[in-house]
Design a protein around this ligand. Structure first.
Ligand code: TYC
Length: 140
């Protein structure tokens, strides 16, 4: 009986110690620390959480160029620039003259697929009208 009583007293004493220890720990922690501690499973406490970076690499860009020749009529080149590159007449004329005097000129900058389509349309249109107009692209 005496042994049982002694065990009961010891048990109550230990529970009291555990309780006061827990209270002390609770008091030591700052509000945010406590929230974080309580919200995660024990095994995750050492883990570092890194913010995910968005994977948005910019696509490569290409200049579409017109090249000069001695035979394609100026008016035809201006039409090409209006029709395929959406330029107004003053801008188309300026670019055509740039090509005529400098040998080459930039019609626009596009992603790969669009640049290739523009080049193909210019070549097809020039072929249809039997002009030797040259159009190409270069990566920036
Ligand atoms: N040089 C041509 C001419 O004198 C005109 C021309 C301009 C041709 C631009 C091609 O990309 C070109 N008729």
């Amino acid at each position: 009986m005496a042994l049982l009583t002694a065990r009961a007293v010891l048990l109550v004493y230990l529970i009291g110690r555990i309780f006061s220890f827990a209270q002390r720990c609770d008091g030591d922690m700052a509000g945010d620390q406590k929230k974080e501690f309580l919200s995660r499973p024990e095994d995750d406490r050492d883990l570092v959480v890194e913010e995910a970076r968005p994977v948005t690499k910019k696509p490569p860009l290409f200049r579409v160029l017109l090249l000069n020749d001695d035979y394609t009529p100026m008016e035809f080149v201006v039409e090409v620039l209006e029709l395929i590159f959406g330029m107004d007449r003053p801008k188309a004329t300026r670019i055509m003259l740039e090509v005529h005097t400098q040998g080459r000129g930039v019609c626009g900058v596009f992603t790969c697929e669009i640049a290739e389509t523009k080049v193909a349309r210019v070549c097809a249109f020039a072929d249809q009208h039997q002009h030797p107009l040259l159009c190409t692209l270069e990566e920036i």
